[in-house]
Design a protein around this ligand. Structure first.
Ligand code: ARG
Length: 459
């Protein structure tokens, strides 16, 4: 088949080369962005008198016809036309005749593809911010329902100090809040227009890049044409932010897996979000959070892949850059899918408040509080820590918890102990005593929840 760039060639392209170099199988996802960019470009060409107004109008109407066909799924993209840009140009020429060939005046596929990617990522970034907000909302709702729920807080996966479950869940709210900020901030760099850079050096036509930027709602244009066509930092940045988001999703998923295990039984995931075993009839497996955890690896792969493609690339455009797409599309889809699943997973889980509360009653996670008790009575904290350490060994040997020790037993370790120590040791008191800013006490969590909700209202 004749190529749009066939003039300089004396032979047909080898079929293997067509297959190997073609990107149409995946970059057809950019069809709408490609047409959107072309509509703005051709309008500018008309306004600047580079092509006749009538020609601009004809091209625009042809592009709208193709857009309509794309929407209806009526377009048959051809591998021989290599990529989305040449496929659409070919469709346009078929639609309106040779005047369609004027569309590419003053433009290269190099600045065109970069523009498509900017447009695509701008839309997707905004959508992903909305997806993150839905996850945040689910976390807020579970937090509200579990305001009074107490569970062990862990360090080293050893019980450390009791915390409110709302406080634990809200920790993830803030991670996702930072992720939203990162996405929001990246829009500044996404919203810069490469079009008008030509192949690498600019163009001889008297184009108006500012006008295209205005039509496509970009804040600025790249000040350097070579940078414009070879910059993929905005994609790297997206993949980096996506990787960080997946770290957060993965950590939360890991907790869901642990909490729903027989050993913990802190939560139960809804049947609709679990799967069974083909052999063991009793099994109910947390496949969804496991897979969410696993998807993180795939997203990191996209980031490492593109970093590797870009390192060592000389300026300006190189065909290697075509490898920027599949990882980006895959990451967008993986992230969207993961966030969308996390919402119902969190919303439908059952929280076993009794199991959580019992876990806290049957451990030594209130030890810090009696150390604080002695310290508040004047004993240096380091010494109090030592005394309580001894009490814990003593209690463990006696098979008792700290609440079960008698006053004589306490006083044999320090005369500072009085009856009020027992009140200090209840999980509720332990949690509520942590009133420092950002702490787990009910009053602090209430304030935190308010702040969290205000973040969602603002956007
Ligand atoms: N399909 C190409 C890509 O994705 C478009 C740009 C091609 N430019 C070129 N000079 N071969 O990068």
């Amino acid at each position: 088949m004749a190529k749009l760039w066939g003039g300089r060639f004396t032979k047909e392209t080898d079929k293997l080369v067509d297959t190997f170099t073609s990107s149409i199988s995946f970059d057809q996802k950019l069809a709408k962005e490609d047409i959107q960019g072309s509509l703005a470009h051709v309008q500018m060409l008309g306004e600047c008198g580079i092509i006749a107004d009538e020609e601009a109008r004809q091209i625009q109407s042809g592009l709208y016809t193709i857009l309509d066909k794309v929407d209806k799924g009526e377009v048959d993209f051809q591998l021989e036309h290599e990529d989305i840009h040449m496929n659409i140009e070919k469709l346009l020429i078929d639609e309106i005749g040779p005047v369609g060939g004027k569309l590419h005046t003053g433009r290269s596929r190099n600045d065109q593809v970069a523009t498509d990617m900017h447009l695509y990522l701008r839309t997707k970034t905004k959508e992903l911010i909305k997806c993150l907000e839905k996850v945040q909302m689910a976390l807020i709702n579970q937090s509200k329902e579990n305001f009074e729920t107490i569970l062990p807080g862990y360090t080293h996966l050893q019980r450390a100090q009791p915390v409110s479950f709302a406080h634990h869940l809200l920790a993830y709210f803030w991670m996702f809040e930072r992720d939203k900020e990162r996405l929001q901030d990246s829009l500044k760099r996404i919203n810069v227009l490469p079009l008008g850079a030509g192949a690498l050096a600019g163009t001889t036509f008297p184009i108006n890049r500012g006008r295209i930027a205005e039509l496509l709602d970009f804040d600025d244009v790249y000040p350097n044409s070579m940078d414009a066509v070879s910059d993929r930092d905005f994609i790297l940045e997206f993949l980096s932010v996506a990787s960080i988001i997946m770290v957060h999703i993965s950590r939360l998923s890991e907790e869901l897996v642990i909490w729903s295990s027989q050993e913990f039984q802190f939560i139960e995931l809804d049947d609709a979000f679990c799967t069974g075993s083909s052999m063991m009839p009793q099994k109910k497996n947390p496949d969804v959070p496991e897979l969410l955890r696993g998807k993180a690896g795939r997203v990191f792969g996209g980031l490492i892949g593109l970093l590797t493609v870009l390192k060592g690339l000389p300026l300006a455009y190189n065909k290697d850059l075509q490898e920027d797409k599949e990882g980006m599309f895959d990451t967008v889809e993986t992230l969207e899918g993961s966030l969308n699943l996390l919402v119902p997973l969190l919303e439908t889980m059952t929280v076993n408040t009794e199991k959580m509360r019992n876990a806290v009653a049957q451990d030594y996670s209130n030890a810090t509080d009696i150390a604080d008790y002695l310290a508040a009575k004047g004993m240096p904290f380091r010494q109090a820590h030592e005394v309580i350490g001894k009490i814990v060994i003593y209690a463990v040997q006696k098979g008792k918890y700290l609440l079960d020790l008698t006053m004589e037993e306490y006083q044999s370790f320090s005369r500072l102990f009085e009856e009020d120590v027992y009140e200090y040791l209840t999980p509720e008191h332990v949690v509520d005593a942590r009133k420092s800013a950002g702490g787990t006490a009910a009053a602090q969590v209430k304030q935190q929840l308010k702040l969290a909700e205000s973040k969602l209202v603002k956007n």
